[in-house]
Design a protein. Structure first.
Length: 324
C-alpha cells in the first residue's frame, strides 16, 4: 500500500502501489496494518466494509497497482500516520512503559522478544493498548508491526518488524513456510505414538461457553502440526508429558485444538481442557496455559543470514523439573 504522503486527500482511501501489485487484498492490508489485525481485516472485508475500487470484494481478491481501497474507521487509525491528521484529534492515550523487556535479538529491522505469558500483543477486547502499541511509543518505532501472532497466554519468541519493507518479507516467509516455529507444551496423558504428524481441518464455531475453534472435516481449513514427545511424567497417579510441536500452518488456536482432539489437551487451557484436568493442574502448582514458543528460525530479510533464536525455559514451569 502507498504511504500517507501518496494517498488521496480522502483519508478513507488508500492507493495500491507497485510493491503490492498482484497481491491478495487481505495480505496487502496485513502488511500495511500488521499481522495482529488479520482477523479484523478478513471479517471487515467479508462484511463489505472494505471496498476495492468502490465494489465489494473477497479477502483473496488480487489487487493491482493504482487500485483504491476504502477502509472503515476501525482500520483507518493504524493506517494513517501523518501528523496533520493528529492536530484536531483528542489527546492520545499514552500506555504505561514496559519494564524489564526481554530482548532475544534486535537490529535496525527486526526485534525478537521473549514475551511473558499474560501479555496482550495488541489492543482491543477490553485492553486499551497491547505490547505493539506500547512499544511503538516507548521505543519510538511508529512502523513496528507483528510478523506473526502469539496468544495472550502463550509465552516465548515473538518476532516484530520495525518497518513495512521488512514486514512484507517476513510475512512472505511465514506464508511460504520458510520460517519455522517450535513450541513446548505440557499435556495431559502420555501421547502414543511418541512422534507423528497431526492433520485436521479447523473452523471457528460457537458453543455455550463462547467462540472456539472446532474440527470440521468438510468446511474447515487444513491444519498440520508435527509432534515429538520429549519426556513422560506422572504426579498423584496422573500422567502428563512434555511435547515439542512444529506447526506447518497458522490457524487460530491450532495447537490447542489439535492436542485436545488427540485426547492430550494442554495443561491449564481454560478453553479446551477438561475441568478435572484444570483442577489437577492447579493442585500440583501449575499456573496458566502450559504453552511456550521456544524456538524461531527464519532468514533475516536484510542480511539473509539464518536466524535461530530460542526463548529460555519459563520461570512459571520451575515446578515441573522437580516432579517425579
Amino acid at each position: 500500500m502507498a504511504s500517507s504522503e501518496q494517498q488521496s486527500t480522502n483519508p478513507s482511501l488508500f492507493v495500491v502501489d507497485s510493491n503490492e501489485h498482484d497481491s491478495r487484498l487481505d495480505r496487502a492490508l496485513c502488511r500495511l496494518l500488521g499481522q495482529e489485525k488479520r482477523t479484523l481485516i478478513v471479517r471487515l472485508i467479508r462484511k463489505g466494509n472494505v471496498r476495492l475500487n468502490g465494489k465489494r470484494c473477497k479477502p483473496e481478491t488480487h489487487v493491482m497497482a493504482g487500485d483504491t481501497v476504502f477502509l472503515p474507521a476501525s482500520l483507518r487509525q493504524d493506517a494513517l500516520q501523518d501528523a496533520s491528521e493528529q492536530t484536531h484529534a483528542p489527546t492520545p492515550f499514552i500506555p504505561k512503559a514496559i519494564k524489564n523487556l526481554s530482548v532475544l535479538f534486535e537490529d535496525d529491522d527486526i526485534l525478537v522478544l521473549d514475551k511473558a505469558a499474560g501479555v496482550v500483543v495488541h489492543g482491543g477486547s477490553g485492553h486499551d493498548a497491547g505490547l505493539v502499541e506500547t512499544l511503538k511509543i516507548q521505543l519510538n518505532l511508529p512502523e513496528l508491526r507483528l510478523a506473526h501472532r502469539l496468544d495472550r497466554d502463550t509465552s516465548g519468541c515473538l518476532l516484530l518488524a520495525k518497518n513495512l519493507a521488512t514486514l512484507r518479507k517476513l510475512s512472505e516467509s511465514f506464508r511460504t513456510r520458510d520460517a519455522h516455529k517450535t513450541y513446548f507444551a505440557w499435556v495431559t496423558g502420555h501421547p502414543y505414538p511418541y512422534a507423528g504428524r497431526i492433520t485436521s481441518h479447523l473452523l471457528k464455531g460457537q458453543t455455550k461457553s463462547g467462540e472456539r475453534m472446532v474440527v470440521d472435516d468438510i468446511d474447515g481449513q487444513e491444519a498440520i502440526t508435527d509432534l515429538q514427545t520429549v519426556c513422560l511424567q506422572q504426579a498423584e497417579n496422573t500422567p502428563y508429558a512434555l511435547v515439542a510441536l512444529m506447526p506447518h500452518s497458522g490457524r487460530t488456536h491450532q495447537l490447542r485444538v489439535q492436542l485436545q482432539q488427540q485426547g492430550h489437551a494442554i495443561l491449564g487451557d481454560p478453553k479446551y481442557a477438561q475441568r478435572d484436568d484444570i483442577h489437577w493442574y492447579k493442585k500440583i502448582g501449575g499456573k496458566g496455559l502450559a504453552l511456550h514458543a521456544w524456538r524461531l528460525r527464519f532468514i533475516h530479510p536484510t542480511t539473509e543470514k539464518t536466524m535461530d533464536l530460542r526463548a529460555p525455559w519459563p520461570n512459571r514451569w520451575a515446578h515441573f523439573t522437580t516432579k517425579d
